[in-house]
Design a protein around this ligand. Structure first.
Ligand code: AP5
Length: 225
């Protein structure tokens, strides 16, 4: 089972990927997290992508594809995985298609307006050590006054690309690339559009019920019951 989460910055892809992981046990593969880790660790890759990410541009397709390829070969991905932030354009989707063999695929497009995103990302705080995400405004994942990560105790920070002008640029890039991607997955009959403006739990309820239905169809058709 391959689950793909599409949506603009701040639509809640990472938040929903974490919930899918907790509920169904499919590991989350976030290309953004993998790239930020490389930047944080100062690796050659990190040095190469740091400036591109800072201004909100997309990293080269071949770089992200390699990251995904290495990650999905690990044993924990055998039953399935969630792709958060990949693919981001049609070329990445076609490269992914060539690389993977599994036939079960669900694609969620999580929709949210630019206005909502700007509001949410102004309040986002992240832990660069364990990648946990918080928000100073929402009840969900609210930070306490210490601004420390509940998981690992590290200091929470504002992402470098969460400046309003960079958020706007990321949104523009998303809009530029998304149409062919949506058409492609709609054509394959695997696309589900989700209203990402609703509260986190409601968004997840919609996603969960679709995954459960797919999993149960799969068990029946493959005689796994
Ligand atoms: P990436 O890290 O993937 O960033 P993004 O796609 O811009 O998405 P975000 O992580 O900003 O938002 P999200 O949708 O995950 O929202 P979240 O759940 O955190 O990529 C960063 C950069 O890496 C890219 O710009 C690019 O340079 C590079 N990159 C990555 N992948 C690439 C690729 N495939 N190709 C090329 N380059 C690539 O939620 C946001 C906030 O809102 C949180 O505080 C959360 O608590 C809150 N929230 C979530 N849901 C709700 C809700 N329903 N209601 C209220 N608040 C909510």
């Amino acid at each position: 089972m391959r689950i793909i989460l599409l949506g603009p910055a701040g639509s809640g892809k990472g938040t929903q990927a974490d919930l899918i992981m907790e509920t169904f046990g499919f590991p989350k593969i976030s290309t953004g997290d993998l790239l930020r880790q490389a930047v944080q660790q100062g690796t050659e890759l990190g040095k190469k992508v740091s400036e591109v990410m800072k201004v909100g541009n997309l990293v080269e397709d071949e770089i992200v594809l390699k990251l995904v390829e290495e990650r999905i070969q690990l044993p924990d991905c055998r039953q399935g995985y969630v792709l958060d932030g990949f693919p981001r354009n049609l070329n990445q989707a076609l490269l992914l298609e060539k690389m993977v063999k599994e036939s079960q695929e669900i694609v969620f497009e999580i929709e949210a307006t630019e206005e909502e995103i700007l509001k949410r990302l102004a309040g986002r705080r992240v832990c660069l050590q364990c990648q946990a995400v918080y928000n100073i405004n929402n009840d969900n994942n609210k930070t306490d006054n210490s601004y420390r990560c509940n998981n690992c105790g590290s200091k929470l920070v504002i992402r470098e690309d969460d400046k309003p002008e960079v958020i706007r640029e990321r949104y523009k890039i998303y809009i530029r690339n998304i149409k062919p991607l949506i058409d492609y997955y709609a054509g394959k009959g695997v696309l589900f559009q989700i209203d990402g403006q609703k509260p986190v739990e409601e968004v997840f309820r919609a996603i969960k019920s679709i995954i459960e239905k797919k999993l149960s169809n799969y068990s029946v058709s493959s005689g796994r019951r």
